[in-house]
Design a protein around this ligand. Structure first.
Ligand code: ADP
Length: 429
């Protein structure tokens, strides 16, 4: 028996404790509760926590025996999972004997229970065929969260009467509450993980299944557009342009969803190499120039000639830069300005995409990297998008050892920045 238990024993036996001893015991009880709640935060495996729960409860109350029972979610039965002072096999095989005679009434009434002597307490009785005796001191607290009973902790002392007091039952209840909280947290964690897994699997399946028909639709649309199936009338040409625009949107969505599901399942692959970031940026800007000119926006590039080479996956960097410049273009009114700057920053290269467009409201700023987030502003909603671009940008940058940041002011503009590693100096040519 540990020091704590000894102190508790003294308390229960003599009832003549000094104020200091009482305070020590209270401190020990608080310490035990703290240790249980601390372990709850750190452990994903509940077994050690439940062992600690029952051991602390026994140690601090001078009980001789203890049983922690949990509800079986399939059949609603209470199963003993941790047992002290009994054998698990005995407990399991004698369900109609002592523990059930004492615990079941408590569970059935949904209340905790305390008796100084179960042998003389009319609330308890054993069936005639029982080959054991009722204990003397016994108490039981429920593992309960909201209205749901998840289990119970039962402690007893078969020989000593009037061992437990109301404060012991209060302590047992506090310990049981911690255990219930830990069980509830574990259940919530598992449900969230299962939902996340299901979502990733669904996204991966849908993107895979949509890719094939989409490729086929695109192939035949290109054939129509090339005039191979006969010339298109003006009206057909108009319809054809609408089909093409929407095909591009769908292709982009599927490719973004595929990237998200790769990020979530850790299947992103990078082909890192040394490359010139300035060239990558210039190529992306060339690809977007028509759109930018179409809205009379100006784009200026500040890419120093002596910019050292970067080390990352150029295709992915191209995707990141395209996302940021495309956003600057979409969320800047006609005639606005976009600036792209690159410079070395310690062991990294930093790229800034600055616009003088719509800006982002302070309340929205914490959400811009969350999947499917789009500002409610009508000017944003009038642009196409699914709110996946920045989620992907952040994941891609971070997976390559960089960092994304932004600052933005509503109606003034935004600056999105990211860093990627410089190529090691010996690699520079
Ligand atoms: P999408 O552009 O498809 O909506 P993103 O993930 O790229 O998705 O962006 C999420 C949201 O962040 C946008 O819908 C918009 O509200 C805001 N946002 C992103 N970039 C800018 C920007 N340069 N200026 C203003 N708002 C922006």
């Amino acid at each position: 028996m540990g020091q704590l238990a000894n102190e508790t024993a003294v308390f229960n036996k003599s009832r003549t404790m000094s104020k200091q001893q009482t305070m020590d015991i209270q401190q020990a009880r608080l310490d035990a509760l703290y240790a249980i709640s601390a372990q709850q935060v750190h452990s994903s495996d509940l077994s050690p926590l439940l062992e600690q729960v029952i051991d602390s409860a026994i140690d601090l109350t001078r009980a001789e025996r203890g049983i922690l029972l949990l509800v079986d979610e399939e059949n609603g039965r209470f199963n003993p999972v941790i047992v002290r002072g009994h054998s698990l096999a005995t407990v399991d095989s004698l369900p109609d004997q002592i523990i059930w005679a004492v615990i079941e009434p408590a569970i059935a009434s949904g209340t905790r229970l305390l008796t100084g002597n179960a042998q003389e307490d009319e609330r308890f009785s054993l069936p005639p065929e029982a080959n054991t005796r009722l204990p003397r001191s016994a108490m039981c607290a429920l593992l309960q969260i909201r209205e749901e009973v998840m289990g119970a902790i039962y402690l007893d002392n078969p020989d000593q009467a009037n061992l437990f007091e109301q404060t012991d039952l209060d302590l047992l209840t506090a310990i049981a509450n911690q255990a219930a909280l830990a069980l509830d947290n574990k259940r919530l964690r598992e449900a969230a993980q299962a939902a996340q897994k299901g979502k990733t699997a669904f996204t991966s399946l849908v993107t895979h299944e949509l890719r094939l028909p989409l490729t086929s639709i695109k192939g035949y649309t290109d054939l129509l557009g090339s005039g191979l199936a006969g010339p298109l009338t003006d009206q057909q040409q108009q319809f054809f342009s609408v089909i093409q625009r929407n095909l591009e949107r769908m292709t982009r969505l599927i490719s973004d969803l595929a990237d998200i599901s790769r990020v979530e399942s850790g299947r992103l692959r990078f082909e890192n190499k040394q490359f010139a970031l300035a060239q990558t940026v210039a190529d992306v800007v060339d690809g977007l120039r028509e759109l930018i000119n179409g809205r009379k926006q100006t784009i200026t590039l500040d890419l120093p000639d002596d910019l050292p080479p970067a080390y990352a996956d150029p295709t992915r960097i191209s995707q990141i830069v395209a996302n940021l410049i495309s956003n600057a273009h979409k969320y800047t009114p006609d005639g606005g300005q976009i600036q792209v700057k690159a410079r070395p920053d310690g062991q990294m290269i930093r790229l800034d995409v600055v616009d003088n467009g719509l800006g982002i409201a302070p309340d929205d700023q914490a959400k811009v990297f969350s999947p499917f987030f789009r500002s409610d502003s009508p000017a944003v909603r009038e642009q196409t998008g699914w709110g996946l671009g920045l989620t992907i940008v952040k994941a891609l940058v971070e997976a390559q050892g960089g960092h994304v940041s932004f600052c933005s002011e509503l109606d003034k503009g935004s600056a999105f920045s990211f860093t990627i590693p410089l190529a090691p100096t010996s690699d520079h040519k």
